[in-house]
Design a protein around this ligand. Sequence first.
Ligand SMILES: [Zn+2]
Length: 388
Amino acid sequence: MDSALTDLIRISNVTGKDSTLVQGGGGNTSVKTADGTYMYIKASGTALKDMNRKRGWRRLRLDAVLSVIKDPSLAALEAHKREPEVVNRLLLACDDDVAGAARPSVESHLHAFLDRYVIHLHPLVVAAHVNAKGGKPQIEKLFRTEKFPPLWVPYTDPGFMLARRIARLVEKYRKEFGRTPAVMFLQKHGLFVTAGTPDAALKLVRKVIRTCSSKLKTPRPRKIKSPAESDIAAAKSAIAGAVRQATRRSLPVTYYPNNEAVAAFMSREDAARLLATPALNPDELVYANGSAMWLEECDVKTISRKLKSLISKGQKPAAAFIVKGLGLFVAADKKTSPVIAEITGCSLLIRMYATKLGGILALSRRQQDFINNWESEAFRKKLASEKK
Ligand SMILES: [Zn+2]
């Protein structure tokens, strides 16, 4: 086996098994071969921890991927025509014997112009900064002693435009510092680290996590009281009934017993306001249909009215519900439900952290619309619900 592939599996499994680094299976990794001909990259729809020699990756010809980014005719196309074409060209750049038609990561073009080893993640402690209004100055402060400071990337629609923007910013950084930025913070998105060896890349991830955690205080609940079984059952049936009424779909409702984050969130006076802010990042929008719904009263009529109101505004009906005093409920198929629960739990923490860093920075309506219409995200969600 190519040593670049061995390295890819290793850095992917190590990061993928660390619950502080991956939420809802988010993130991707890549390794370029020593001669610069190929790039091995995670495939869409496989979690980092599940990658192995046989599956979960693709090998692409690096020059073909780089030519996608540089193609001015793609930049001139409208998004709905451009993005499927980019996916198509990335598939054409694949050169391997992998069985099936796994797609290379939708961020392949972005990996192509970075160093040999690339790790991209959406860690909670990074989100606490990239989703906060005061996040950028805080990152500058935390990393102020670095000779080569991290690169901050303002929010850009995912896909081709994000890759193009990062290419421009990286070019500018190279002119200024004489090297590729080793760490990039993507506003409302996540983290990229890139290095010349697998160990340097892994070490860099740990350093960023340590630095970003250093000033965050984990919110603690006042007290956690276990709710009565009968109250949980009543809430489940009210949510299921309301979802059926508002969306004409029957979905199972799962209760996730309280963890400290949910309990701490429920005890806040501003809980309703914190959840009135829309989705924080593409994952929360795609998987959980936006932020969780805050419920102080849990009856079919109230929930159904709230769901219908979201739909009438052109938004998707919430899939996660925080019922005051009870906790987190998710209305979704059995495979997607745990992913939504995980993303929502993290989102609650990020929202609490962000209030201490100048306030929550969420996706604007236009940014949400772009993602809702983005074919690649629909594809990722479909894969998640099919996963065994
Ligand atoms: Zn990402």
